[in-house]
Structure formats: structure tokens, C-alpha cells
Design a protein around this ligand. Structure first.
Ligand SMILES: [Zn+2]
Length: 298
């Protein structure tokens, strides 16, 4: 059984009229685990940020077919897993960088969880829209009792001297400042690490070198959390369209195709961080292409 906690969300996907209402959480169960899709809110990006190499005319037609404009209101949905023993959060939203985002702690409280209750925070990769809520404005960790897990490959990527040339100070500085704020709480893991009983990392390199998905299994139920392997449902129809922030475009496409094949074949329940809340659904094969079947009730 699923029910909404906090403010009930009813909206059309990427409907700009409702962006300020995109807070709250959605509860569901994976076996013995109680899970929540927890909203940090939204931010608007130009469509070209998600489909950097898409031909303009094909992209415009695809967006029109989905009833969307060239400005995409993009949600951030973290995953909270309460195993009964541990309380684990996957990604932290983008933080209060725009007035439509930075709602994660309110959404968590609405679900009945204080920040102190979270004992593990998994950071799928180092982009600021995933780790921005890991620290408070003061720079202190937002989840004071948590260990923060990041892959070793991701850490090395962001800390490499060459990153300054590659990303520039303006993009690099926020990530380094947040990771620095986590300091002693940060633990480096391998990209296929067992994180807790029933919860393990899945390597998803390309968007960034240390990007990971997460597999959650309990009592025969299974969920895969997908970060920026797909950032918009159009990536299922056009897996060769790259996110502008993909560090290695060819590897990102290969990873996207690998996940699409596996998820569609197994009919796996999926939660995608940037899809319309609650972000749950399944990947389906439709002839030569893949499609997204959103799930609003379980
Ligand atoms: Zn992202």
C-alpha cells in the first residue's frame, strides 16, 4: 500500500504552474523496507542541457509530442530507505539555490524523519544538484549523525588537479566546498560495494567516472535507484542524446543502454531521481525503442 505523506502531489509532468507544490514524500514498501521518494523541489533548465547533441528539429518535435517546452522544470527526488535497523538517504537535492528547491528537510520531516535519524547518506555522484543538500548554509553536515558514502573514483575525479582546467572554478568550487564540509563523515566506497544488507551499489560510469545506481532488495522485492543515467524520459526514446554534463559521452551512452536492456528485461521497479515525482516506474521495450511507464500508486 502506498500513501502520500505531507502535501499530496497532483500535477502534470513538468507543469510550471505547480512547481512550488513539488514538495512532500511518497511512501512505498520494498519487502520489509519502508521507502520514501522525498522531494527537494525543482529547478528549470533549458532542454539543451539534457540533450546536448540532439538535432534541434528532432528535439523540438519530441518535446512537442510530450507537451513540453524548451524549458524543462526538473524535479529532484531523493530516496529514503528505512530498513528497521538503518535509515539511509540516497542523494540530497540541490539545496536552496533557487526558491523552488531546497525543500528536502521539510519533506523528510513531513514523512516523520528528522535529519538526525539518517545514519547513512549515499551520494551517487558529485554534481551539485545531488549533493547540494548534504550541508547546511553554514557548511556543516545537514545530517549530523550520518556517514556519507561516495565512490573512490568520484572523489579522485573531483579532486584531480586537471579538474580545475576541465570544469572551471565556478563549477568545481561548489562540489569541493560541499565535500570539504562533510570532512570526517565522508567514506569512500567501491562502485559495486555492499552498503547494507539488501542494498548495494551498481557502477554507472559515464555521466561522471564514479557515478553509481543503487539496488535495494528485500523479501523478493527489488528497486533500482537511477541517478543521471536517464535525466528525462526522452532519454529512453533517445539513449544516444547526451546530458551536457556527461563527462564521457560515449561511456554515458553505453551505460544508459546497458541499464535500459537490463531494467526492461527484468521488469524492474525503478526510481529515477529527475523524473516527475514520485519518480517510480518501469522501463518497457516498445519495438526498437524503450519507453517509461510511470507508477503513481503501488
Ligand atoms: Zn542530476
Amino acid at each position: 500500500m502506498a500513501n502520500w505523506c505531507g502535501r499530496r502531489l497532483r500535477f502534470n509532468r513538468h507543469d510550471t504552474k505547480h512547481t512550488k507544490l513539488m514538495t512532500g514524500s511518497f511512501r512505498f514498501h520494498i519487502g520489509a523496507f519502508t521507502c520514501y521518494s522525498v522531494s527537494d523541489g525543482t529547478r528549470t533548465y533549458p532542454a539543451k542541457a539534457f540533450f546536448a547533441n540532439a538535432p534541434d528539429d528532432v528535439l523540438a518535435a519530441a518535446l512537442a509530442r510530450h507537451g513540453q517546452s524548451a524549458e524543462l522544470v526538473t524535479p529532484f527526488s531523493s530516496l529514503l530507505v528505512d530498513t528497521g535497523v538503518s535509515c539511509l538517504l540516497v542523494d540530497t537535492g540541490t539545496g536552496p539555490v533557487v526558491d523552488t528547491a531546497g525543500k528536502l528537510l521539510d519533506s523528510l520531516r513531513g514523512a516523520g524523519y528528522a535529519p538526525e535519524a539518517v545514519d547513512t547518506v549515499v551520494l551517487t555522484h558529485g554534481h551539485a544538484d545531488h549533493i547540494g543538500g548534504a550541508v547546511r548554509r553554514s557548511g556543516q553536515p545537514a545530517f549530523p549523525n550520518a556517514r556519507y558514502l561516495l565512490t573512490r573514483a568520484e572523489w579522485e575525479y573531483w579532486m584531480a588537479p586537471a579538474m580545475l582546467l576541465r570544469a572551471g572554478e565556478s563549477r568545481l568550487q561548489p562540489t569541493r566546498a560541499i565535500l570539504d564540509g562533510l570532512k570526517d563523515g565522508l567514506r569512500l566506497i567501491e562502485a559495486d560495494a555492499d552498503i547494507a544488507p539488501g542494498i548495494r551499489a551498481l557502477p554507472a560510469p559515464g555521466h561522471t567516472p564514479g557515478n553509481i545506481a543503487l539496488e535495494i532488495e528485500s523479501a523478493g522485492d527489488r528497486l533500482v535507484l537511477i541517478p543521471d543515467v536517464f535525466a528525462h524520459p526522452l532519454h529512453l526514446e533517445h539513449p544516444d542524446w547526451n546530458i551536457v554534463a556527461d563527462a564521457d559521452a560515449a561511456q554515458a551512452v553505453a551505460t544508459r543502454r546497458r541499464f535500459l536492456e537490463r531494467l526492461a528485461l527484468a521488469g524492474t521497479l525503478v526510481l529515477v531521481y529527475h523524473f516527475a515525482p514520485p519518480g517510480l516506474g518501469r522501463v518497457v521495450r516498445q519495438g526498437d525503442v524503450w519507453g517509461w511507464e510511470p507508477i503513481e500508486r503501488l
